[in-house]
Design a protein around this ligand. Structure first.
Ligand code: PLP
Length: 290
């Protein structure tokens, strides 16, 4: 990594420093987005910025940056690091203020843009599928710290990831406090049963994923029945197919949950159809070949 966007410009990584008094550091008081750059072009930036607006509103914070500016930050940060294929994380904290939870003294939010390469083993993982672990730690409740807010209080996800890593799983999957399926630590989850696609509804306490949204749209267009609903943990084990979605993973087949194989332990036909449909959508919308 060569350069990071800091507030107004790109700076060398070594100079990209944020104050020890920044509320993002002290309280996790901030929000973020992560966009995918394909061949220098960003997939559905408006989807990300609209969700960012929602996150900001939920934490009662205003920023001086337009959607257009944020898109440019992502494009320029990827470019400055020589990355045509990248994931760019835009983090916005409430900035420096007096100590204490009252946020009113923090007048200037801090903005960073960090570009990283896309992991090289994705095609291999799409082909083989991955293992996920349903973790013991539960997703934050909607009425305490809503998972619909993409905030920088990441410990709920970090604890789940630690648990998942202990069982050598690629991703940890949360249940909500009622025991229903919620989402992965950095992904949404779908199951397929007898040709019907099911995914936890937003009311189950999940992030409204940009990829989730696109996949639901595509499935409906293809004629696949989609149900956004409560899903019991048991349904995952008896599913014909399971897959995860995220900006980086796109549609990632899940072939094992905890110690149990899903069906024959290979990516299923609906998952493969949706994977292809998603890539075709990226090509159409960005005018590229991926
Ligand atoms: N759920 C969580 C908790 C996430 O952190 C993410 C992505 O970072 C997702 C779901 C997937 O969202 P998207 O498809 O917008 O990347």
């Amino acid at each position: 990594m060569k350069k990071i966007w800091l507030n107004t410009s790109l700076v060398p990584v070594k100079k990209a420093k944020v104050s020890a008094l920044d509320r993002g550091f002290i309280y996790g008081d901030g929000v973020y987005e992560a966009v995918r750059v394909y061949q220098g072009k960003i997939f559905r930036p408006e989807g990300h910025w609209k969700r960012l607006d929602g996150s900001l509103k939920s934490i009662h914070m205003k920023i001086p940056w337009s959607h257009k500016f944020l898109t440019e930050v992502c494009r320029k940060t990827a470019q400055a690091n020589g990355l045509k294929e990248a994931l760019v994380r835009v983090t916005i904290s409430r900035g420096v203020g007096e100590l204490g939870y009252d946020p009113s003294t923090a007048k200037h939010p801090t903005l960073t843009g960090i570009a990283t390469p896309v992991r090289q083993d994705l095609p291999e993982l799409w082909e083989k599928g991955v293992k996920v672990a349903i973790v013991k730690v539960r997703r934050n409740h909607v009425k305490s710290l809503s998972p619909a807010i993409k905030h920088t209080n990441s410990l709920n996800g970090i604890l789940a990831k630690i648990e998942a890593l202990k069982s050598h799983a690629f991703e940890g999957v949360f249940l909500n406090l009622d025991g229903y399926l919620a989402e992965g630590t950095i992904s949404n989850i779908f199951i397929v049963k007898r040709g019907v696609l099911k995914t936890p509804s937003l009311s189950c306490g999940i992030l409204d994923g940009v990829t989730r949204h696109a996949l639901i749209e595509l499935a409906k267009k293809i004629g696949i029945r989609v149900l956004e609903t409560e899903i019991h943990e048991k349904e995952v084990f008896s599913a014909d197919e399971v897959f995860l979605t995220s900006t980086t993973m796109e549609a990632m087949p899940v072939t094992q949950v905890n110690s149990q194989k899903i069906r024959d332990g290979r990516p299923g036909p609906v998952t493969k159809t949706l994977q292809r449909a998603f890539r075709a959508l990226v090509e159409r919308e960005l005018g590229i070949r991926v």
